[in-house]
Design a protein around this ligand. Structure first.
Ligand code: FMN
Length: 143
């Protein structure tokens, strides 16, 4: 089985909603992601700040690409920027069908570092750091 990983960042369109409705929308996204991704053994993590989403998806290439194509047309976000896409030798998010990282100052900072106008090389380097940041955030909260 060829393992594949993809990561993107996007602009959230949930910002205009009340905190309660934003929370409900997020719960909805997570529920759907966990159900759909588990069925095809795709795992990863979703980070949500007030203004952005970022997500890592790992699994069989065709499955990851099908899921990404669906996510890309979701009206709850826009301006998706692909941070990285390529083959993997081992999963880095094996424990989670779709882990969740909520808003925090460090999440905002991490998003700012990979957002905006960057050269392809710069974005590639920073994307690698960003994925490590997401994994570290989860490790810190997993007993
Ligand atoms: C930021 C974001 C992340 C999402 N992540 C996933 C995901 O990992 N897997 C998934 O199946 N759907 C994800 N969705 C939801 C999809 O866009 C889409 O609504 C859903 O897959 C449709 O599922 P259904 O065909 O079972 O109704 C995400 C949506 C958003 C806005």
């Amino acid at each position: 089985m060829a393992l594949f990983r993809l990561a993107y960042i996007s602009t959230s369109l949930l910002a205009g909603r009340s905190a309660a409705r934003r929370g409900a929308a997020l719960a909805d996204i997570l529920l759907m992601s966990r159900r759909n991704n588990e069925a095809v053994h795709v795992a990863g993590a979703l980070l949500a700040t007030e203004s952005n989403f970022a997500q890592v998806l790992e699994g069989e290439r065709a499955d990851v690409e099908t899921i990404y194509a669906r996510i890309a047309t979701d009206p709850r976000h826009k301006d998706l920027v692909l941070l990285l896409a390529g083959s993997l030798t081992a999963r880095e998010f094996p424990q989670w069908s779709m882990a969740f990282i909520g808003p925090s100052h460090s999440a905002d900072e991490a998003v700012q570092r990979v957002a905006g106008n960057l050269s392809a090389t710069e974005r590639g380097d920073r994307a690698r750091h960003f994925v490590n940041f997401m994994r570290d955030m989860l490790m810190a909260h997993t007993p």
